[in-house]
Design a protein around this ligand. Structure first.
Ligand SMILES: Nc1nc2c(ncn2[C@@H]2O[C@H](COP(=O)(O)OP(=O)(O)O)[C@@H](O)[C@H]2O)c(=O)[nH]1
Ligand SMILES: [Mg+2]
Length: 401
């Protein structure tokens, strides 16, 4: 009888057919394994408490490093213990999405460094979903402890409110904003102490709506570590004086009380034209920073922040974290520990850093308009940085002033 083998043949066809359907359905949408698992919401890391999390929560094992271009093999032989860090509100989601995309396209797609997001309120599902899908490394979401985003007990809140009203009437930028002041104080003294940040050595701060214009063909974190750099910048400028009338007095008081924290061979001449008597208002623009978390967590920096914080200018004036970080770096670091990253072409409204040297722009596939480069314009302090360090300005700088 032939019914037995025929039956077996049908079964075999059915099995092969099923196997083909299964294979096609698996491979039709080519989502890489690591992204697929990242899109599972249970894989977001949330840290809400102010307690340090376990090592796993704070810095989970790094994903495999893929696609590192051979040309950059020397500086990227291994990754550094570092993370991107972004302070943001839920409403910033689409603006930070742009920033993540530009950072990934120009750099992080080859490195997969982690990304820490911090907020004074819990991040919502959309924020987590969108940012996790765009970032190629692990993402972590932290809520800021209330004591880091509120008034210290020594602040007279009535006085602070009056200042906000007055500064609002004078149309000083963010002069009337209470949240902006908490933000500046947080970036000045606390982000590096958030539990999610504790296991990292270096950070790269990224704000919403920034743009990178050139390929980054090396690992800036690794550069910082290997060259023993503690702080870096791409843009520098003069601060709006009405936001910091007494900041320099407060910094001088700290220097007087803590001569042991002042570095020999520091960059005081970048900050002051008279050996420290007065502040010339030059500062590094802190919406971009790659820096050492260990330096910010050091006794010298914490002593500095606490001394400034006691003086109340975060609330009675509107001290920005940019001049606060810059004064710290200029006074407590050696000049050589601060680095200007010319190769990192960058935009944050309203200023652009675009490398002056044409060959550099071509080699790095830059898409910035060199005429928009702010470095050598009158309101930039980068010429002064070059002068203080005895560095020669690149050819063509004179045509961009
Ligand atoms: N969570 C949170 N983030 C804020 C708040 N205000 C500002 N930020 C973030 O702090 C950073 C600086 O704020 P931004 O509005 O860009 O200030 P600007 O660059 O000085 O104009 C950005 O990363 C913002 O997303 C706030 O009230 N809450
Ligand atoms: Mg900004």
């Amino acid at each position: 009888m032939s019914s037995g083998p025929k039956y077996m043949r049908y079964l075999l066809f059915a099995a092969v057919g099923l196997a083909i359907v299964f294979f096609v359905s698996r491979s039709a949408i080519p989502i890489p394994e690591n992204i697929r698992s990242k899109l599972n919401p249970t894989n977001y890391k949330d840290t809400v408490t102010s307690q340090p999390p376990s090592h796993n929560d704070a810095a989970p094992p790094n994903p495999p490093v893929k696609d590192i271009p051979a040309a950059s093999s020397a500086p990227t032989a291994g990754r550094v213990n570092a993370t991107f860090v972004t302070l943001a509100r839920n409403s910033d989601v689409w603006d930070i999405a742009k920033s993540i995309r530009t950072v990934e396209d120009r750099f992080n797609r080859n490195y997969h460094y982690d990304w820490v997001f911090l907020n004074d309120k819990p991040f919502d599902k959309t924020f987590k979903k969108v940012t996790t899908s765009l970032a190629s490394g692990n993402t972590h979401y932290g809520v800021i402890p209330t004591e880091h985003w509120s008034y210290p007990e020594w602040i007279d809140q009535e006085k602070a409110k009056k200042v906000r009203e007055e500064m609002g009437q004078k149309k000083i930028i963010y002069g009337d904003s209470e949240s902006y002041r908490h933000m500046c104080r947080y970036e000045s003294g606390f982000f590096f102490r958030h539990p999610l940040m504790l296991n990292y050595e270096y950070y790269w701060r990224v704000e919403p709506s920034i743009e990178l214009f050139c390929d980054i063909s090396f690992d800036p974190f690794r550069f910082m570590k290997e060259k023993n750099k503690k702080y870096s910048f791409v843009l520098s400028l003069y601060e709006y004086f009405d936001t910091i009338p007494t900041l320099w007095d407060s910094a001088k008081k700290f220097m007087g009380n803590h001569p042991e924290h002042i570095a020999e061979g520091n960059a005081m001449d970048f900050l002051s034209d008279d050996g420290g008597k007065t502040y010339n208002k030059c500062h590094f623009w802190s919406n971009f920073e790659v820096g050492s978390l260990e330096w910010l967590r050091s006794k010298q920096y914490i002593d500095y922040f606490e001394s400034l914080d006691r003086d109340g200018g975060f609330f009675y004036e509107r001290w920005g974290d940019a001049p606060v970080h810059s004064i710290a770096a200029g006074v407590m670091l050696k000049k050589e520990e601060i680095h200007f990253f010319d190769e990192i072409a960058y935009y944050h409204i309203p200023f652009t850093h675009c490398p002056t040297t044409e060959q550099k722009r071509l080699d790095l596939k830059c898409h910035c308009n060199p005429e928009e480069n702010f470095d050598w314009k009158g309101y930039s302090c980068t010429s002064r940085w070059f002068q203080v360090n005895g560095m020669e300005k690149p050819e063509g700088a004179e045509n961009q002033s």
